[in-house]
Write a protein that binds this ligand. Structure first.
Ligand SMILES: NC(=O)c1ccc[n+]([C@@H]2O[C@H](COP(=O)([O-])OP(=O)(O)OC[C@H]3O[C@@H](n4cnc5c(N)ncnc54)[C@H](OP(=O)(O)O)[C@@H]3O)[C@@H](O)[C@H]2O)c1
Length: 245
C-alpha cells in the first residue's frame, strides 16, 4: 500500500501526551486538537493538566512518570476516558546541567528516571492499547541526544541518546502491529525546561532559547506532521533547529 494521501485531519485520533502541563507537551495537545484529534494529558501538576483538559475537552490523568503503578493507572484511565488510544507522545522530561566531575548524582538519577525510565513505563503501559488498532509513539529527544552540545550537557545528552536507542528497538518491536515510532529531536526551545536555575550553563541556554530558539508550537506542528503521515510512512527521526541557533 503506497502513495496514499491524507486530508490533513486527525479524525478523532486519541493521543496520550506526557509532559502536558507546559511547553512542548501542552502545545502538542493544542495542535492535535486543532487538527481534529482528541487528547489525554499526563504530568505531575494536577491544576495545569486539568485546566488544559477542560480547554481542549480532553482527559486529565495526572501522574508521575517515575511511579510505575501510578503510570499504569493513568494510562488505563486515559484509554477508558477516550475509548482507546491511537497515539502516545512522550514529552515529559527534565534537564540538569553540570560537568561530570562536579555534579550531584541525584541530578543524573532524576534525568534518567524521567527521560528514560519514565518514557519506558508510560510506553509499556500504552502498548496493549496501541497494538489494538495500530498507532503512533512519538518520543521527544533532543539535538543533544545526537551530539553532546557542551561539556555541561553530557549526562542529559546520554539520557536523550538512550531515547534514540529505545525508540529504534521499539520501532522494530512494534512494526508488525502497525505501530509507528518516531523520535523528534529539537534544538533549543523556549519553554520552562530551564526553570529558574541560575548556574552559568542553564542561564546561557535559557537566554539562547528566548533569543534564538524554536517555539513549542514549532515542535508541536512537527509532531502533528508525523501523526498525519500516510499509514505506510514512518518518520524515523525529525531533527529540527531554529535557523537562528
Ligand atoms: N526546551 C528545550 O530546549 C528542549 C530541547 C530539546 C528537547 N526538549 C525536550 O522536550 C521535552 C518537553 O520539555 P519542554 O521543553 O516542553 O519543558 P517543560 O515546559 O519544562 O516541560 C516538561 C514537562 O515534563 C513534565 N514532567 C517533568 N517531570 C515529570 C515527571 N516525573 N512525571 C510526569 N511529568 C513530568 C512537566 O510537568 P510537571 O512538572 O507538571 O510534572 C512538564 O509538563 C522534554 O523531554 C525535553 O527534554 C526540550
Amino acid at each position: 500500500m503506497t502513495g496514499q494521501e491524507t486530508d490533513g485531519r486527525l479524525h478523532g485520533r486519541r493521543v496520550l501526551i506526557t509532559g502536558a502541563s507546559s511547553g512542548i507537551g501542552a502545545a502538542t495537545a493544542r495542535a492535535i486538537v486543532a487538527a481534529g484529534g482528541r487528547v489525554a494529558l499526563l504530568a505531575r501538576r494536577p491544576e495545569p493538566v486539568q485546566e488544559l483538559a477542560t480547554e481542549l475537552d480532553g482527559a486529565a490523568v495526572p501522574a508521575d512518570v517515575t511511579d510505575v503503578d501510578g503510570v499504569g493507572a493513568a494510562v488505563e484511565e486515559a484509554a477508558s476516558q477516550l475509548g482507546g488510544l491511537d497515539g502516545l507522545v512522550n514529552a515529559a522530561g527534565a534537564m540538569r546541567a553540570g560537568r561530570i566531575a562536579d555534579t550531584d548524582p541525584a541530578a543524573w538519577r532524576l534525568m534518567f528516571d524521567v527521560n528514560v525510565l519514565g518514557l519506558l513505563h508510560v510506553t509499556q503501559a500504552a502498548i496493549p492499547h496501541l497494538r489494538r488498532d495500530g498507532g503512533d509513539v512519538v518520543n521527544i529527544s533532543s539535538m543533544s541526544g545526537r551530539r553532546v552540545g557542551s561539556v555541561e550537557m553530557a549526562a542529559y545528552a546520554a539520557s536523550k541518546a538512550a531515547v534514540h536507542t529505545v525508540s529504534e528497538g521499539l520501532r522494530r518491536e512494534l512494526s508488525d502491529d502497525g505501530v509507528r515510532v518516531t523520535v523528534v529531536a529539537p534544538g533549543v526551545v523556549d519553554t520552562d525546561l530551564f526553570g529558574d536555575r541560575d548556574d552559568e550553563t542553564t542561564s546561557r541556554l535559557r537566554d539562547k532559547a528566548r533569543t534564538e530558539g524554536l517555539g513549542a508550537v514549532d515542535v508541536a506542528s512537527a509532531i502533528v506532521g508525523v501523526l498525519l503521515a500516510p499509514p505506510h510512512v514512518v518518520h524515523v527521526e525529525v531533527a529540527m533547529l531554529s535557523i537562528h541557533q
